[in-house]
Design a protein around this ligand. Structure first.
Ligand code: DGJ
Length: 536
């Protein structure tokens, strides 16, 4: 009897212990579409990815300390980091998720969320992350061939066995996360990496040519899709329907279907948000696919990805091009009613950070580790102000309260209509030869790096953040023609709990010269303005 009672006691203790050891599950991260505006939620709350992506070969124990150091220096809330198929399945059918568990443990220690990048069949168009046992069997797992019958450095999307193996391994990864990540340290997964083909517009193998002569699948023969793709006929073979874009659209359909198959296998066990990233084409002039990576989610084929890969939530642009017009056009092309804007990789796009905050769900520069120490310190100064209010920013964006501007290449003043006030933003580097409050210089030889974000908290009450900008205002709407002045300008920041901490009040020289000026260091202000009645 006593033994029996002891066993019950032991069992109870074990069960209680288990209950304590097992972290409570949190809500699944989601991408919500609220009236055409997308919002990412994590732990059931709005979230914005202020991220950093590490270099390709950084998911190794020896490289990770540098990665975490950079994340801290950047004040990032999310790390994007690859998982290598060749490591996960070094031997066919045996999955090793040591690298995943290491990331989960270390990310939790550093209080950082993860976006995992599944480097598998495609990595920048090639199959360099396929396991070695696959690479060694070129007949079984063929590359695409070009028009001249030459093999190119890109896998054929028509290899069913490779697709099934990729899907099986990916499903195992997602199952591992389901079993070992109930608190959703991993918030999103990228399926493959910049898929497509650089060296040929499509695979011209015998098998591919045979498929190419078939009719276009019904899933693409919808009026809106045909219209978007510029179809010349509503049914028929690829060439009949799509004319001179047929090769590209055919390749895209098969790459996207393959990726859709892999994503669906993973989503089936663990429906985290998933995306595919694009090596962009030039956003103007509809260049031919010979000039970019054919088959990836470039702006002209997003509709094909939506039809072929419903498990993929987002087609995401990797923004390495420069110039205001180009970057803003890419942002526009990827912000669609059926596609949330997410910038998973970028080069020097810091100036457009607020534009993405206002329209999208995340922003991340590439290759943040192993750089000159401090090279991301500048972005860190932006992130340190924004990360504590990532949830608020995401919500304000949804409510249409965010207003943004960046310094145009010609340094012109920009205005923002805020209702009964207009923000007047003069950009530029600090003026140096002036003792009084520094102000923007119109020196055209200096780079245009200024940016500004305003949140309309209430009428005449704004949160303002920016660098190299002077914030001024003009009464409009019901305030039009009235005399106005600043009521109070506070400089400060939000603490980790999202409470406003004022550092000082700006007045006198700091505001009288038509408004507070913030220099190179990103600065946050709370501004109240007042339009006075005229008393005669
Ligand atoms: C884009 C790729 O997606 C990354 O993995 C990396 O190769 C960068 N290009 C390098 O610039």
């Amino acid at each position: 009897m006593k033994i029996h009672r002891n066993i019950i006691l032991l069992a109870t203790l074990l069960l209680t212990g288990l209950a304590i050891a097992q972290p409570t599950a949190t809500p699944l991260p989601k991408i919500k579409n609220v009236g055409g505006h997308f919002q990412l939620t994590v732990d059931g709350k709005p979230y914005f990815i202020f991220g950093g992506q590490c270099h390709n070969s950084s998911n190794w124990p020896a490289a990770l300390p540098e990665v975490w150091r950079t994340m801290e220096e950047m004040h990032a809330n999310t790390l994007e980091i690859p998982i290598y198929w060749e490591e996960v399945e070094a031997r066919q059918g045996e999955y090793d998720f040591t690298s995943v568990q290491r990331l989960l443990d270390q990310a939790r220690e550093h209080n950082i969320r993860l976006v995992l990048l599944w480097f598998a069949t495609w990595k920048n168009s090639s199959n360099h992350y396929m396991p070695e046992w696959m690479k060694l069997q070129p007949r079984r797992f063929p590359n695409a061939v070009n028009k001249d019958g030459q093999q190119v450095d890109s896998p054929s999307p028509h290899c069913r066995e490779a697709m099934e193996l990729d899907a099986k391994a990916f499903r195992a990864l997602m199952q591992y996360l389901k079993d070992n990540d109930p608190i959703h340290t991993v918030i999103m997964v990228q399926v493959e990496n910049e898929p497509g083909c650089w060296d040929s517009v499509r695979d011209y193998s015998r098998a591919a040519n045979q498929l190419f002569s078939q009719p276009v699948p019904d899933a693409l023969l919808k009026n809106d899709i045909l219209k978007e793709l510029g179809a010349v006929k509503t049914f028929g073979t690829w060439t009949e329907v799509f004319g001179d874009r047929a090769d590209e659209y055919f390749h895209t359909w098969y790459v996207a279907s393959y990726i859709g198959y892999v994503a669906a296998a993973g989503k089936d066990v663990n429906p985290l948000p998933m995306y595919v990233n694009a090596a962009l084409r030039h956003p103007f002039g509809n260049p031919p696919a010979t000039q970019y990576e054919s088959g990836g989610p470039t702006d002209n084929v997003i509709a094909i990805y939506k039809a072929a890969a419903p498990g993929i939530d987002i087609c995401a642009p990797d923004i390495y091009l420069s110039g205001d017009d180009n970057v803003m056009e890419v942002i526009k092309l990827y912000s669609r009613p059926d596609n949330a804007l997410f910038v998973p990789e970028c080069g020097n796009a810091r100036k457009y950070l607020y534009e993405v905050v206002a329209r999208g769900i995340g922003f991340s520069p590439f290759g943040v580790d192993r750089r000159t120490p401090g090279s991301y310190a500048d972005l860190g100064a932006d992130y340190s102000l924004l990360v504590p209010i990532a949830d608020k920013l995401s919500q304000w964006a949804l409510e249409g309260r965010l207003f943004t501007a960046y310094e145009p290449e010609n340094h012109d003043v920009r205005t923002l209509n805020l209702g009964d006030w207009e923000a007047v933003l003069a950009f530029g580097e600090p003026r140096r030869s002036n003792n009084l409050p520094q102000g923007p210089t119109a020196d055209a030889s200096l780079p245009a790096t200024g940016k500004a974000l305003l949140v309309k908290l209430a009428e005449g009450n704004f949160l303002a953040v920016g660098n190299n900008v002077r914030f001024s205002f003009r009464p409009i709407g019901k305030n039009k023609g009235k005399f106005w002045h600043f009521l109070r300008v506070e400089e400060g920041c939000y603490d980790a709990s999202g409470n406003w901490q004022m550092n000082r009040v700006l007045n006198g020289d700091e505001t009288d010269w038509t408004g507070p000026y913030v220099g190179q260091k990103p600065t946050m202000l709370r501004i109240r303005v007042y339009a006075r009645e005229t008393v005669k």
